[in-house]
Design a binder for this molecule. Sequence first.
Ligand SMILES: Cc1ncc(COP(=O)(O)O)c(C=O)c1O
Length: 432
Amino acid sequence: MTSGITRRTVLASASAAVAGTVVGAAAADGTAYAAGGETYAAGGTDWTAVRRQFRLDPRWINLAAFFLSSHPEPVRHAIAYLSRQIDADPTRVDSLTLPDGPTGWDRVRTELAGYLGGAAEEYALTGNTTVGLGHVYNGIPLRPGQEFLLSDREHVAHLGAAILAADKHDGTVRTVPLFAAPENATVDEIVGRLQQEIRPATRAVGVTWVQSSTGVRMPVAAVADVVAEANRGRAAEDRCLLIVDGVHGLAAVDTDLPDLRADVVAAGTHKWLCGPRGTGLIWGRRDAWPYLRPAVTPIFREDSIANMTPGTFHAFEHMFALPAAVAFHRGIGRSAVAERVTELSAHLREGLAAMPHVALRTPLDPALGAGITCFDVDGLTGAQTADRLAERRIRISTSPNPPPYARIGTSIVNFPREIADTLSAIHDLRAP
Ligand SMILES: Cc1ncc(COP(=O)(O)O)c(C=O)c1O
């Protein structure tokens, strides 16, 4: 897969939703970094030009940038453009415009659907993944004695949403391991374990597309088959839904959301999509809509998943600037982004796997991974590894669940040379 996109087209497309002055400003911002950066020529995309769109500290190798968006220039510009309009007259929030035309709820949903798949009415908008998952689980009409079944590696945002909702209905949450060791996980193991665990009382199965605690990319479509099998012969009111925390797959994996074949996907758009901070979405399959009831007064009165969008006033300059993030990613190309993320991760994982003092915790199989890689260094906790790398101005993070592995996310702001430098720094962490 190659995108054939050049620096000029990246910048032109990325700027499509905002003013034409963007290119000059971005070049000035990126000058310091560009000197030490490199163009990734093989895929045809000018990654240095992409990197210049960000104000990330050029003195650091940032392998945690996926964690929360550093706004690229087109997004910064769009936010400022909208903010000026709101500050001038806050009553105008129904008629805000980006330089290329009106923006608002409908445009945001239409553009997300155009980029991520499905139809606009299948999208609701939220402030982040956590809020989205909270709405979804709260909306499921659980009956006493019924349960939500989650993988034991779910982020607290997902687990918490299920627990809070189940408590209200005298239901329960059961967490189960879907693999023994993340690095050796296989599709057959995940599917086999899930088949054993779904019970008649299970009203939702909750998994994460790409786990932030292990880096494992779950085979969501295969999981959907298991859930569909469990639903065979069930009464409609007892249907088991498949709910996916999609935050680390969205804009990192080249898959349309409907092709995951989940019932619902909740995700922040302020991580891999580089969207405005404080934005997120819920995508819902049409035949799942009747099972999802809003927990907060909705902003729309549509008979669709849209009514999971909570009212009323929002940080509109952020929410309605989302088209700029979509345009930025579209300018690079979804497959080019995913290919870049995957290639950098593969390079990293192969290097880590070859080091005797490192235990890789993410599968080497690219089908079971995406942009997140977890690992342990002999004699160091994940936090100690992060601290030691920070001494060399390499920013990594740690996984949020125990055990807290060291964690690296390779994203569109990174270069192969940064991965090589990071591998060399991890190599040097060997005990003498
Ligand atoms: C897997 C996973 N789900 C949910 C969240 C919470 O995301 P948000 O900040 O969009 O609520 C995180 C945070 O990084 C995460 O890693």
